[in-house]
Design a protein around this ligand. Sequence first.
Ligand SMILES: [Zn+2]
Length: 703
Amino acid sequence: MTSTTNPLLLGEGLPPYGHFTPEVIGAGMPELLQQLEAALACHEASLTTLEDPTWEQVMEPLHRIEERLRWAWGVVNHLMGVCDSEALRQVHSQQQPAVVCFYNRLGQSEPIYKALRQMRQRHREGMLPLDVVQQRILTAAVQAMELQGVGLEPEQRQAFNATSTRLAELSTTYSNHVLDATKGWSLLLKDPQQVDGLPESLRELMASAAREAGHAEATAAAGPWQLGLDLPRYGPFLRYSRQRDLREQAYRAYVSRASVGQTDNHPLIREILALRHGQAQRLGYNTWAQVSLVSKMAGSVEEIEQLVEELRRPSQTAADVELRQLGQLAKEMDAPEGEDLKPWDVAYWSEQLRRRRFDLDSEALRPWFPLEQVLEGLFGLCERLFDIRILSADGEAPTWHKDVRFFRVVDQGQNTPIAAFYLDPYARPGQKRGGAWMDECLVRQPNEEGRMVHPVAYLICNQTPPVNDTPSLMTFMDVQTLFHEFGHGLQHMLTTIDRPQAAGLNLVEDDAIELASQFMENWCYDQPTVMAMARHWQTGTPLPENEFRKISAARTFMAGTAMLRQLSFAQGDLELHARWKSDSEETPAATWRRIATTLAALPPIAEDATICSFEHLFAGGYAAGYYSYKWSEVLSADAFAAFEEVGLGNEAAIGALGKRYRDTVLSLGGSRHAGEVFRAFRGREPSTEALLRHSGLVDGAVH
Ligand SMILES: [Zn+2]
């Protein structure tokens, strides 16, 4: 890097963290965008002069433009997630509109669209040889542009763009209504009896909410306590509150959010659905569900409904038994709801039953899961399954924080480095976004000299940092989360595809994207895998068997009820986006209620309007795609079942199967259709059997 080059303009290699100050970003992004604008204009001009454009002429310059922007804006977004500050936010929001604008211009470029279509045509005529990966990249590129309306006649395109803008506004308003309605309800509790049964942490949260609402005297011990509908307060309150009338009040308020008055989302839902339907028709599809299916593994709505139905039958049987057991327990405890269980009783009695059956205290298990040991266990598992070695390489790459670690991945057979990743494990309140995620830093691709660039991943978690001599001690959930993100990371890092547009997670269908991640989670329930890493950090004693059994039991607890709830959402989403039309007699809310009535464990109450606060469908990217969660879960459970079938202790067979998994799912990623990749690994179509069995739902058996 010369002193005059802004580091955001480097566009390749490991980013020189430590140099990306807000000032550097503020100066670098406009300069980069200016260069890219010029490069794009130049590319477009050259395309218009070509009679028979080739892959090299069209795709490679296009990729170089996209890659420079991905690299630079990726760095900025990454820093937003892990080193948030007021100054960074400011520069991000200053630069964002120009970046969005550039992406739109790229996505709607007519010369590029025309060149892509010409290539496709010439390929069909046998004049342009393309390998299967190239064909898939080309098809996806044409489709992505068409879904942005580029193929429409000018008049249609204007209507399409105007509708897109309107849809974006409606989503924002929908979301704001949910936020306002959630904030708009609260209940001040003054009597200690009203907080009976609530854990200390919840009382503390409710007291602090009361202080913010002007009750300066509020304390966790003496109150007052303010209840609200945000999940951190509402969720635990329903689970722990012994006051049935308060649970009922909160529940009724929660399920009717944004359904009346100033924040009523009913008219917005109707308009959103009608506009989506219109957009789909402009694009040449019958329904919005068909538009969604373009980027999915599922081939049709019917195929998804078949999966929902297969999962529904055993779940319903199990859910009925589960609810009876809750009622039974309530009766034994002389609670009136024993005879008449209502939706606001389910969480509370589940918690009571869970405690009675196996009192799994997730906090108490932490000493058995120090980060170093968990990493050792995880890396050991990957060595065993995928024939790779993971080596610590701290100091070999600049990082954004002193706690961030760097690792290299080596192929055991070849003994050569093939990938690398950063691990940023600890929570940093105020600086780092919550949750956990995997993101791509570098994608596998040949550089300008033709040398292959190794893929590099970011793995970000939010677990407790070490304190003094105590290492970072993880909950079982933290362990599972790390395995999950590492699974995404493996698919990014072990790709063998040379074309970056289809390497790693790129072009993996949305409903198959969680296959690689959830696959790894399954190993957290494999006793030898867990026992190999779970040793007390001070005494070295292994995790008591009994505790492992509780972990296993917790996995299937109330599984029927939980599964049914997800299926009801998935089916409701499909009904609305595949069948509902603005001239339908049934309102969207009535459609939603009809599905919930047939699919939920307990029928919805009269004022239930959960459709009015379902942001996944109306303010997020899951419209006609909510089923994807279950779809991926079926795939991952079935993939893991292949290992169960050969015997989890059968080293030779496990090694061979691990290699096959690496050579298919991890290596091919999105370079082939997800169904083809799955069949290449499993030798057959996916089956729901394993997911049902892992969930304890086989033959309606309830444990
Ligand atoms: Zn994931």
